[in-house]
Design a protein around this ligand. Structure first.
Ligand SMILES: Nc1ncnc2c1ncn2[C@@H]1O[C@H](COP(=O)(O)OP(=O)(O)OP(=O)(O)O)[C@@H](O)[C@H]1O
Ligand SMILES: [Mg+2]
Length: 726
């Protein structure tokens, strides 16, 4: 619902004018319908309005957003909000727009037209926007920084709010390298107050945030971390017959309530979501393996109560504001208390009674310990730094283990981990230990017995045995986005880099320890032979590859999009849009993006596109489709990704181009129109395979020692085989 003009907007005079408490409360009531400020909100607002820096530590759901949203309404000008997640920005901006508050966000998900419109407004004499949300990656770009400097020079910048500020600290659980670049904000935009907000910062992180952001004599506001309306509980997987069923029963016993279930792995999310759905629980999976449209669709459905339960990796949630989440389950033990606090804190933001249930399993514990012990924080860090970082991660994790295996009050444990000393009586029986102490003690004893038994019988499952299990990207846990510093990428969800790296490192270190050089060479030679054998076999079976996307499927896809477009009268009647070409263009976009990832990705992308066509507003549609350049649309033929000789370096361009896989088709490098490509490839001598290379060395050194497999004859055969298979 749109509101009439802001009551204070025109009354605000010069920047220095002090806005009184009453006026601020009036703004709160008028725009947000809350009767009064909560906790330390007013202190933070008054501080930043008077031009002072502020560090604000409030519990999850404490109302931190209000600390920068009210200042944006109290003074003409712009409040810049730095936020780590595109989903989070989208959410807040649409909620503000609903209330008639001019807010925008800038991210890689928007069309150029939308971004240009925002920039035009910012450059106009009197920008309409009051709150501008951006990612830290965007701030780090020189283009955006120069725009910001100009806005500042025109006296239009009121406040810089850094939400989820703990992401700046390498000691924090969600460290984002791009956040570190925010330290330059101070030097570029002097005299603008900075407000740092977080719910989860241990004293060391608090100090780090204040120093990194270069806050000047900030007002430090800290509220208690206690969330009295959340009941904390741990369930022991090793003592349960079927943990999936237990989650199911738990959700059913709570009624059809809103819940989030966190899992470590994407596959686990999918499996558990399927199980719950088959038990008639309204639920969906959410993780970085889904494309961004699918993720938005799951998020939208959950926010609008179409689905009640989301089974997600930690990719879901930071700052997500659905007030009535009644249950947050951790199906696997989280890696730190900070992460656990933040995730479980998504329950009961409406202050009504809610539950946090953690499923603790010994295998999960071992698995997480393995990941943390072997995770490399940064490839360039020295080994002592790596060791320190790994030790810190393990220390953090041990707190979580203590939380699960300890027999003390859970709430007290959480609060003490944040440096808050409280008596156990504060809990008022709102954790399982305080409410059922005997039961929990008995569980812990049973757990000990079960663990000892497993150790004796060696029946513990082995999770990470070989490198091959790590090849499938996305199978591992996913932590927060650790963008490539140089890329300035603005992706909102990370690929699972940490754990994957860890696993790969371990796999390779195991190989190094085990194999001597000769073994390695033999292994590589065998791998090469297998590669060529498989490749020529693949050619025959390729047609039957169940993951391949056939032309008929693509045709059906185009037809589906065309139907979706035709159902939208807005599109059919708009002369700027060519419906046929738009369908072709959209299908091509889906194929180009997800074709290589396989059929299911392609289909899910098509489904989201069709969904978008039926729900998007007229401006969005015209922006996207009116500007498409269907003349330039080229079709990617039904093919597998370019697989030319792996030993020939392939130019990046060649990777982007489309390659026909049919016999007699041309290699894009050799068939390039460029004379350089043409003549160079004709003159190049054949490139030796790995075996040939090794053999030639051996032949030079000691021709007598050449094995049958390594004989020049075999080398020649290999080369012929290789040529045939291309
Ligand atoms: N003064 C207030 N009175 C009542 N409700 C409020 C008040 N301030 C904020 N809220 C509500 O509290 C909820 C949580 O607010 P918000 O999202 O700002 O929390 P947060 O501290 O940013 O949490 P998180 O750490 O999870 O991001 C929102 O639904 C908001 O509308
Ligand atoms: Mg928040």
């Amino acid at each position: 619902m749109k509101k009439s003009p802001l009551p204070l907007q025109s009354n605000c005079g010069p920047q220095k004018q002090v806005i009184g408490k009453e006026a601020l409360v009036k703004l709160l009531r008028w725009h947000f319908g809350h009767s009064n400020f909560r906790g330390k909100q007013l202190d933070a607002i008054e501080a930043v309005l008077s031009g002072r820096d502020c560090f604000c530590l409030m519990p999850t759901g404490g109302g931190k957003s209000m600390c920068y949203q009210i200042p944006a309404l109290a003074k003409p000008g712009i409040v810049l909000v730095v936020s780590p997640l595109i989903a989070l920005m989208e959410n807040q901006v649409s909620a503000l727009k609903e209330k008639g508050i001019p807010a925008e966000f800038l991210s890689s998900t928007q069309t150029v037209q939308v971004k240009n419109k925002i920039y035009e407004d910012l450059e106009s004499g009197k920008p309409a926007v009051r709150l501008l949300y951006v990612t830290p990656e965007l701030i780090a770009t020189s283009g955006f920084m120069s725009k910001l400097t100009k806005i500042h020079a025109r006296g239009l910048l009121n406040l810089i709010a850094i939400d989820e500020a703990h992401c700046i600290s390498t000691w924090g659980h969600d460290f984002r390298p791009s956040y570190r670049k925010l330290s330059s904000l101070r030097s570029h935009l002097s005299n603008i107050p900075v407000l740092a907000l977080t719910a989860t910062a241990v004293p060391k992180v608090q100090k780090d945030v204040i120093e990194s952001l270069n806050l000047q004599s900030p007002l430090v506001l800290k509220s208690s971390f206690n969330r009295p309306n959340i009941y904390y509980e741990v369930r022991y997987k090793d003592l349960l017959d079927d943990p999936f069923d237990d989650v199911c029963k738990l959700l059913k016993s709570c009624g059809n309530v809103c819940a989030i279930i966190y899992c470590l792995e994407r596959t686990m999310c999918d499996d558990l979501a399927t199980h719950l759905t088959s038990s008639s629980i309204s639920c969906a999976a959410y993780h970085a393996g889904l494309n961004s449209k699918m993720r938005s669709s799951v998020l939208d459905d959950w926010i609008s109560s179409k689905t009640q339960v989301v089974v997600a990796t930690v990719a879901f949630g930071m700052g997500i504001d659905r007030k009535d989440v009644r249950v947050v389950c951790h199906f696997n033990i989280p890696k730190s208390m900070e992460g656990f606090y933040q995730e479980s804190g998504r329950a009961g933001r409406d202050q009504l009674p809610s539950r946090s249930v953690l499923y603790y399993g010994m295998d999960d514990r071992r698995k997480m310990e393995f990941i943390l012990r072997n995770t490399k924080r940064n490839k360039d860090d020295s080994s002592s730094l790596q060791d320190k970082s790994s030790k810190k991660s393990l220390d953090d994790f041990n707190q979580m283990v203590e939380y699960c295996e300890g027999s003390g009050c859970r709430r007290k444990m959480i609060l003490e981990s944040f440096g808050e000393m409280v008596p156990a009586s504060l809990c008022e029986k709102s954790c399982d230990v305080c409410k059922h102490p005997n039961l929990v003690t008995s569980y812990l004893e049973q757990l000990k017995t079960a663990t000892a038994f497993r150790q004796r019988t060696g029946s513990s499952r082995i999770y990470m045995t070989s490198g091959s299990s790590f090849n499938a990207e996305g199978q591992m846990s996913e932590f927060w986005n650790r963008d490539d510093e140089a890329s300035g990428s603005e992706e909102d969800i990370s690929e699972s880099d940490d754990a994957l790296d860890a696993a790969k490192n371990v796999a390779s270190s195991k190989i190094s320890a085990k194999l001597k050089l000769q073994d390695k060479i033999d292994m590589l030679q065998r791998a090469e032979e297998n590669y060529y054998q498989n490749k020529s076999r693949d050619k025959q079976v390729n047609k039957h590859d169940k993951n391949a996307i056939a032309e008929t499927l693509r045709e059906a896809g185009k037809q589906r999009l065309l139907n979706a477009i035709k159902q939208n009268q807005q599109l059919v009647s708009d002369s700027r849009i060519d419906v046929d070409k738009s369908a072709v263009s959209l299908e091509n976009e889906c194929y180009k993006k997800y074709g290589k990832s396989g059929k299911s990705f392609y289909l899910s992308q098509m489904a989201s596109t069709a969904r978008w066509l039926s729900t998007a507003g007229p401006t969005e549609l015209v922006n996207k489709l009116g500007s498409s350049t269907p003349e330039n649309v080229t079709f990617t033929p039904n093919c597998s990704p370019a697989l030319s000789n792996p030993l020939v370096p392939v130019s990046p361009k060649a990777n982007d181009e489309k390659v026909h896989d049919n016999a007699g088709s041309e290699d894009p490098i050799r068939s390039s129109a460029s004379p350089l490509h043409g003549s160079a490839s004709a003159e190049l001598p054949p490139i030796l395979s790995f075996s040939q290379f090794i053999n030639s060395g051996k032949a030079k050194g000691n021709s007598a020692s050449v094995s049958k497999r390594d004989s020049p004859d075999t080398g020649k055969k290999n080369l012929e085989k290789r040529m045939r298979s291309q």
